[in-house]
Design a protein around this ligand. Structure first.
Ligand SMILES: Nc1nc2c(ncn2[C@@H]2O[C@H](COP(=O)(O)OP(=O)(O)OP(=O)(O)O)[C@@H](O)[C@H]2O)c(=O)[nH]1
Ligand SMILES: [Mg+2]
Length: 601
């Protein structure tokens, strides 16, 4: 077989640890690639187009864009850097021929840098290293470059993979340098390096059509779009094809539309060839990892594989007395349909049935990934109840094994004590400690995934917001033993009604409350945290015998401690095994699984 190449195309993915500046660099590349008019108003981090991405300031889904540079089309995939979305990076690496590895000039390589680089090296993708945020006052580019070399060696990179080009960027300003003290230039050297380092797509001219579907999208006019790379052959509008599903099933289909990318736009094209990244309409049923193949000679491509889920939780219908007040979709059938739909687009999520028809076990790569799924569903009008996130376990040679993570902590020296103590109670073992000599230390731990549930919130409080903690799945190890979860009980409402300030005033000395006057509660709802270990049933709706109105108003202003308002993630971390989070489009509430007090004892 003789290979041919498409010299007018380059396909690359931008990979990095979270927040190292991928999406910001894509902005600058789009501007300098002439995608926007000079006076056009464009949002910062324009590729982070999902509402939740903008709110949280992180990328959640990998996305495609394209620019044209000196007659060559450069298809760029921006990927998320948060560990929970690692599956997104894994799937997109299947459509590119090279990667740009960004590393923060001050932070250096962090756990997710290791993960994404390992995946790229395994696929033999040549990297361009970009040391970004070179403008940071604490930038230490020379030391960071050494750490990057160490990382490559540690990951068993081949000789030629060690020969990577390095550029120094300020993504925010859209500039780059060839060495840390060279003159500042536009991104021109970066574009030139992409053409040199990323190989042009290679294909077999004799092979029939094969398109690997790596992503899905939806368009109001044309419906579902399958996005992927044409590996071999040609694809035209109107063409009859065969859809090869992951389970081996083959069904005929017809392409109604073929689009290419130009900046942020999809543009209709007549025909696409090998190496092109296309969006294809006409396939009502299609999932990620499937192949669009020739109708006469269908040859499925190897399926996309990603790492296993590590965290799991049960998502069920909302059974609270307030069910159906806010949401449009409340039945288990609706819930099931929605979760099944997620499976088509999200390769790193797993959904299983449980022993009740009203609940499903949903597993993913981390609590943030699962919380984001729940958040997306509530915004689409779903109501549900969600159980405590737990580690996935598996049996290896007759013993229960659990996922372990590499945890890297960076914090001021004075917090070494509290951090080692807190990780210790969560069954973490310190494996390395480096003192930068700057007053900050870097510590590495091996810790069970379940030990990290709820860790972040506590860690930020313990280090007064100055610590950075990152983790990465490491390996499956024998069960590490019990980890004490919350050592406090719950204050549970013993009847339904509205919360009164009078009741709060009397209950607040016993713990922290989650509700405020006027909130509606029901029997079995968790309204606060009891400072002691046991749960207590409380009447949070108790009215004062009103003898003097004015005096009671004055009381309120003086005595009420503001309630603790938890985010959805915090609520999920907080609950115990016998508790649930009720999620509706408008609110989330904590509750006991069993609502009636008489059945709980
Ligand atoms: N000082 C400085 N800040 C930068 C630079 N590049 C990016 N930033 C900032 O770093 C933060 C994170 O940037 P993003 O582009 O969202 O990072 P990302 O890698 O896409 O993050 P994820 O997609 O969530 O992994 C933003 O506040 C940027 O403004 C840079 O070169 N210099
Ligand atoms: Mg991003």
């Amino acid at each position: 077989m003789t290979w041919e190449t498409r010299d007018d195309i380059r396909n690359l993915a931008i990979i990095a640890h979270v927040d190292h500046g991928k999406t910001t660099l894509v902005d600058a590349m789009l501007w300098q690639g002439g995608i926007f008019r000079d006076n056009e108003v464009v949002a910062e981090r324009v590729m982070d187009s999902i509402d939740l991405e903008r709110e949280k300031g992180i990328t959640i889904m990998a996305k495609n864009t394209a620019i044209s540079y000196r007659g060559t089309r450069i298809n760029i995939v921006d990927t998320p850097g948060h560990a929970d979305f690692g599956g997104e990076v894994e799937r997109t690496l299947n459509m590119v021929d090279g990667v740009m590895l960004l590393v923060d000039a001050s932070e250096g390589p962090l756990p997710q840098t290791r993960f994404v680089l390992r995946k790229a090296l395994e696929l033999g993708l040549p990297p361009i290293v970009v040391i970004n945020k070179i403008d940071r006052p604490d930038a230490r580019p020379a030391a960071v470059l050494d750490e990057i070399y160490d990382l490559f060696i540690d990951l068993d990179a081949e000789e030629d993979q060690l020969d990577f080009p390095v550029l120094y960027c300020n993504a925010r300003k859209g500039t780059c340098r060839r060495s840390p003290d060279a003159a500042e230039e536009t991104l021109e050297p970066l574009f030139a390096e992409i053409l040199r380092t990323v190989p042009a797509p290679r294909f077999d001219p004799a092979a029939p059509l094969q398109v690997l579907v790596t992503s899905l999208d939806y368009d109001d006019y044309v419906g579902r779009l399958a996005i992927g790379r044409v590996v071999n052959g040609r694809l035209r509008k109107g063409q009859a094809i065969t859809r090869c599903a992951r389970d081996g099933a083959q069904t005929p289909a017809r392409v109604t539309l073929v689009c290419g990318y130009d900046g942020l736009q999809r543009v209709e094209i007549e025909e696409a060839g090998p190496g092109d990244i296309v969006a294809v309409a006409g396939l009502a049923e299609i999932g990620i990892g499937e192949t669009l193949a020739d109708s006469d000679d269908p040859r499925p491509l190897p399926p996309i594989t990603v790492d296993e889920p590590t965290i799991t939780m049960v998502v069920g219908v909302n059974t609270s007395p307030f069910a159906g007040r806010d949401g449009q979709h409340v039945t288990s059938r609706k819930l099931k349909e929605r979760l099944d739909r997620e499976l088509l687009t999200n390769v790193s999520i797993r959904v299983e049935t449980t022993d009740t028809p009203d609940a499903f076990r949903v597993s993913g790569r981390g609590e943030l990934q699962l919380a984001i799924l729940v958040e997306m569903m509530r915004r689409e009008g779903y109501e549900m109840s969600v159980g405590k996130p737990e580690a996935v376990t598996r049996e290896v040679e007759g013993r229960v094994h659990e996922p372990m993570e590499l945890l890297v902590v960076d914090c001021p020296e004075e917090y070494i004590g509290v951090v080692t103590q807190k990780t210790g109670t969560r069954r973490g073992r310190m494996t390395a400690m480096v003192n930068h000599g700057t007053g900050r230390v870097r510590m590495e731990f091996s810790i069970p995934s379940r030990g990290l549930i709820g860790f972040r919130t506590e860690f930020l409080t313990d280090t007064r917001g100055t610590g950075i903690a990152n983790h990465l799945f490491d390996s499956w190890q024998p069960w590490q033993g019990d980890i004490a979860h919350r050592d406090t009980g719950a204050m549970v409402a013993d009847r339904s009604g509205r919360v009164t300030s009078y009741a709060i005033e009397h209950l607040q000395p016993r713990g922290e409350l989650f509700v405020q006057p006027g909130d509606e509660v029901y029997e079995g709802m968790v309204v606060g945290e009891n400072a002691r270990e046991n749960d207590i049933d409380v009447n949070i709706t108790k009215e004062k015998k009103l003898t003097n109105m004015r005096a009671s108003v004055a009381d309120e202003a003086v005595h009420l401690v503001p309630p603790r308002l938890m985010s959805l993630e915090q609520a999920l971390e907080f609950i115990r095994g016998d508790e649930l989070v009720e999620v509706t489009p408008k609110v989330h509430r904590l509750r006991k699984k069993v609502l009636q007090a008489v059945w709980r004892r």
